[in-house]
Design a protein around this ligand. Structure first.
Ligand code: SF4
Length: 455
């Protein structure tokens, strides 16, 4: 009798749309001036995250770890956490340490809050840095949960007193590129606004070269800025996925009355219009000329270029808010998103996709939540897309399906400059549109029998 392999459901995650939760937290902690991310768990987790983040940002990424072993898994990781914090203080002299838990410490049930309380009591005679903690079990969340959780922890644990009005605006941008953060500052300046970006890794993860190794890269949101968020005139929080969740903006509003404006991530025309209208209302100023001119150039490009891409069918995947932003842009410029997928779950995503595409598409895209590429590939292969839009993990599928791939978001491992890719604002939309049109033109040139010199 010939034995047949039993049919099994796959359990591993490949080419993930959902990354490890503390990875997102470490990125947020990296955007604080003088900050060091600290993983309470095994060294392997920290090594994986460093490797992953470095290949996208191409900058040193130090992540400290309490380096737990088998013994700690049984007896608890408290002593290692305290020892690790002291080591980090000696080596880096940080202003802030951001402690995120891993799957291991969440599973064994370490009470990090209590351990840190003990630590402050035991070492109160030393000049201690601010220590912020966030709970980030990967088995019940995504890297975006970790990112937003860390931003909330920073705001809740560091901004505890009401300060005098500062006139500033808090911006919690979500997980965008370093270039996006710089562009947000430019937009703020155009409206004569000082922004407090939380986090701001635009320098710490995309800084200049130094003659000597810097244990902690310069840049980031300062402790003072975070402590003063209670005096801001308003907060802006980007991300449709945040609606109804406990967020940094909601917490500042509840505790200090700082009005929180939740907006979609400003990718594409409609979402950027919403941001500019909000800033205009907040400041009582009309949209600045330079920004209006950028909008005008975007519209001009759409008129010139839509014929090259109109009717293309796209699969969009990745982080929920990046996906929603890109879906919005595609629908606006005449590309049909036929499948929109994210690794996150928890409801509301399908409704958000439909809302995003309302009035723009003849037919709503299919929506998949809590998926990785196995699930996406099974359906996308049947849909035969012309185009994939998402992180670089879609490369192999794009190649197999002979489709184009527009790399956006995180991670971008197989191209250079992913951290400098601009997604936000009219300028970001214009750059993305140019890239999409050029992908279509390149394909035409490469597959034409005649070849085109002009197109
Ligand atoms: S074990 Fe958990 S925390 Fe560690 S790398 Fe894997 S998913 Fe992340």
């Amino acid at each position: 009798m010939i034995a047949t392999a039993p049919k099994t459901n796959y359990v591993s995650t490949t080419n993930a749309c959902k990354l490890c939760t503390p990875l997102g937290a470490t990125l947020a902690f990296k955007g604080v001036a003088g900050g060091v991310p600290f993983l309470h768990g095994s060294q392997g987790c920290a090594t994986y995250m460093r490797r992953y983040i470095i290949s996208h940002f191409r900058e040193p990424m130090d992540i400290a770890s309490s380096a737990l072993g088998e013994k700690n898994a049984i007896y608890g990781g408290g002593p290692n956490l305290k020892k690790g914090l002291i080591n980090v203080m000696r080596k880096y002299a940080p202003e802030v340490i951001g402690v995120a838990t891993t799957c291991l410490t969440e599973t064994i049930g370490d009470d990090v809050h209590m351990i840190l309380h003990e630590f402050r009591q035991e070492f109160g005679d030393l000049p201690l840095p601010a220590v912020v903690q966030v709970s980030t079990p990967s088995f019940s969340g995504t890297h975006m949960d970790g990112f937003h959780g860390a931003v909330l922890s920073l705001a809740e644990q560091l901004c505890v007193d009401q300060v005098e009005p500062t006139g500033r605006v808090n911006v919690m941008s979500g997980f965008v590129s370093a270039e996006d953060l710089r562009h947000m500052r430019e937009i703020g300046r155009a409206f004569d606004l000082e922004l407090t970006l939380l986090p701001d890794y635009s320098d710490t993860l995309d800084g200049p070269t130094y003659d000597e190794y810097q244990p902690i890269a310069a840049g980031g949101t300062t402790l003072e800025e975070i402590r003063s968020m209670s005096g801001a005139r308003a907060s802006l929080e980007f991300g449709t996925s945040l609606v109804g969740r406990k967020t940094a903006g909601a917490s500042l509003e509840k505790r200090f009355g700082v009005v929180n404006h939740q907006l979609p991530m400003p990718i594409g025309l409609r979402a950027t219009d919403a941001l500019m209208e909000t800033l205009s209302e907040l400041t009582g100023q009309p949209i600045p000329e330079a920004i209006a001119a950028e909008r005008g150039r975007l519209l001009d490009a759409l008129v010139d270029g839509h014929k090259y891409i109109a009717g293309q069918r796209a699969v969009v995947y990745g982080d929920e808010d990046m996906v929603l932003g890109m879906t919005s842009l595609l629908a606006e410029i005449g590309i049909r998103p036929v499948l929109v997928a994210t690794g996150a779950g928890g409801g509301g995503f399908a409704e958000a996709v439909h809302e995003t595409c309302a009035g723009l598409l003849p037919e709503m895209p299919e929506v998949m939540e809590k998926v990785d590429f196995h699930d996406i590939a099974a359906r996308a292969g049947e849909l035969k897309p012309d185009l994939l839009v998402g992180n670089s993990k879609g490369y192999r599928y794009a190649r197999d399906w002979n489709a184009d791939l527009l790399r956006v978001g995180f991670p971008i491992h197989d191209r250079f400059g992913g951290q400098r890719l601009l997604h936000l604002g009219y300028r970001g939309a214009l750059g993305l549109f140019d890239s999409l049109v050029n992908l279509a033109i390149e394909r035409k040139q490469n597959t034409s029998d005649i070849g085109y010199g002009y197109i």
